[in-house]
Design a protein around this ligand. Sequence first.
Ligand code: SF4
Length: 335
Amino acid sequence: MNYIFGPVNSRRLGRSLGIDLFREKICSLNCIYCEVGATTRLTCERAEYAPAAAIKAEIDAFFADQERAAAVDFVTVTASGEPTLHSGLGEILAHLKRRAAKPVAVLTNGTLLWDAQVRRELSAADVVIPSLDSALPVGFRKIDRPARCLDLARIIEGLTVFSHEFHGQIWLEILLAQGINDTDEEVAALCQAAAQMRLDRIQLNTVIRPPLEPFARPVEQARMAAVAAEFLRHDPARPVDILSGGATQEENGADGQRTIDLGKTADRLALQAEIVEMLKRRPCTAADINRVFHAGGADRVEQLLDALIRDGLLHKRTHNGRLYYQTGPDEAHSE
Ligand code: SF4
């Protein structure tokens, strides 16, 4: 399948089936912490970047198999860039709701919510998870490096309007990078912006996986807790989650699923191909991979991936003391 991946164990959504609306890095931002890589097309222009008919056909094929469908808790619509840039988003969401009969979440950078058409299309989702990393123009430019067509005040206004129109859940994700958008001034501006919005939760994240830019550094847990406390001080009734650090569902992992038999060549090759597909979307540790694919332990995953490293399909990269696997030959340096 070209547009469907998983289901993978998501710490937020349970067993989540991903719908990747396009595989090129087309985005309205070029965030310093991006896990996918540099934006190759920085744009606000909506277009059919991948054929909607092909995506709908894959959805039909997947959900025709009742056993596979039963293993899905949530469907998550995403892209290797920004999914709301796909002009077929509305019809794909409507199709999903008809065919999948599962709750649907959309991950978005929130930059196009000033557009009433985008807001209408997103209204078919059950959960929308938009991002807002800075409410100050300088911080926004530093961390998210937006396309010229974007204006921060308009983005915040769009998010605010959407939050009051939308009937589903909205979880606002804020990613903090050390020394960039974690200052008291930045946090105060974010609290003020969030106070205007109807949000079900705020989710604080930091630079956990290897970022696009080496200077994008994680914020320490004590500071994350202090920022969470600041949001709670502004609105004690609104839950604030810290997504990074500590045991998560993904990290606890054990869910009783069977272990794949790697002794069989066909199974091994199929698993290697699936792992490469997952790593194209984001870098993962051996433990992450094992939790998704039940390969019999992180050690066995490492053995399995050694051959792919030798072939130049993957390389290893250290970030924040953890070893990650990424696609492509080894060009980057470890930190
Ligand atoms: S993190 Fe998301 S919004 Fe930022 S550049 Fe990457 S894909 Fe785009």
